[in-house]
Design a protein around this ligand. Sequence first.
Ligand SMILES: [Zn+2]
Ligand SMILES: [Zn+2]
Length: 385
Amino acid sequence: MPARLIPPVLCLAAALTAVCRLPGGAAPVRVLLTAFVSAEGVSISAAALEISTDGKAWRPLQSGSARLIEPGWTPSSPALFRSADGTLTLTRGPLTRSYRGIIEVSAGPSPSIVNVVELEDYLRSVVPSEMPSSWPVEALKAQAVAARSYALGSGPRHRSQRADLCDATHCQVYRGTASETPATDRAVLETRGMVLMKRGRIVAAQFCADCGGISAPASGSRADALEDGTHFCEAGPYHRWSARITQPDLLKALGEERPGTVRRIRIEARDESGRITSITIEHDFGRVTLTGPEMRAKLGPAGIRSALCRFEADPDTGDILVSGLGYGHGAGLCQWGARGRALPPHGHDFRAILAHYFPEAGLATLDASGRPGSTEPLSGSQRAP
Ligand SMILES: [Zn+2]
Ligand SMILES: [Zn+2]
């Protein structure tokens, strides 16, 4: 069976049981709130705020607000906070965010803050944080299924901080209730509990802004295009991009501060989709060979949006001209492609969208205990109502 993200032991006991066992969903996810870095200096407020150290006995905090920890104090046991209306607000300086579920402050010398939140509530904030809520609902539904699958299929990525996921791009962006919108709430609700499955496991579904018209090999290097060659992600703002990088800027991006010149750029290898997987840059002080992801990380700020690109020298200025397609790693759901597929005249529904980007996956719905039910093929309609 697919591994559940949260072992039952982490569902903190009877008081949390209602959160742990909502019908038609999963156990809650534990989200590390990196926005608040550590618990020091953070205040919490809510209507009828309650605190517990064991998840069983709760006592009211009459004032309705409190510091999470007192300055200089090291908590010896976790502190849990909940409220009557189910939402809690954290504040540090100018930053204020509200969260559903329970806020847990870990014990120890540098206590972190974890939001224990029901999976479907977590997604109500993730989907609009990862895709504009103004986009077609079938694209939003495909995003909701991908984000739900990623949350459960990627395995605990922050185990040492007693969390499954963090709230940043390292995992999925999650900013609490302020992000929620009616359109994305609908997309989450209409796909409630649905996850992508492959060989009996929940898929750690990736997504990227724009695949550039062909997905990365991890997704089978499939063309994201109509028969006439038009890309479904054609409308993306970085679908076709170019960048002009001066030689000093390129050296700086490589960590070389001395003035010098770039002598040669050699593409060593591309994968079957055409993405650069190895590139060597020779300059006055040596040479460096980068993988595709390293190149994107180092040269991203200089305007390199994807590894599906080529390099040329401007014979007049010596600048490096780079032109490419798409934005991001190119694997999994192409968000601009999902939008293009959902819009008229194509009108694909979310199943058809997912079927293209996850060709080997099926769809299952989580039962009340959070286990996926039977997997069905992803045969969607190409004309949504
Ligand atoms: Zn993370
Ligand atoms: Zn695409």
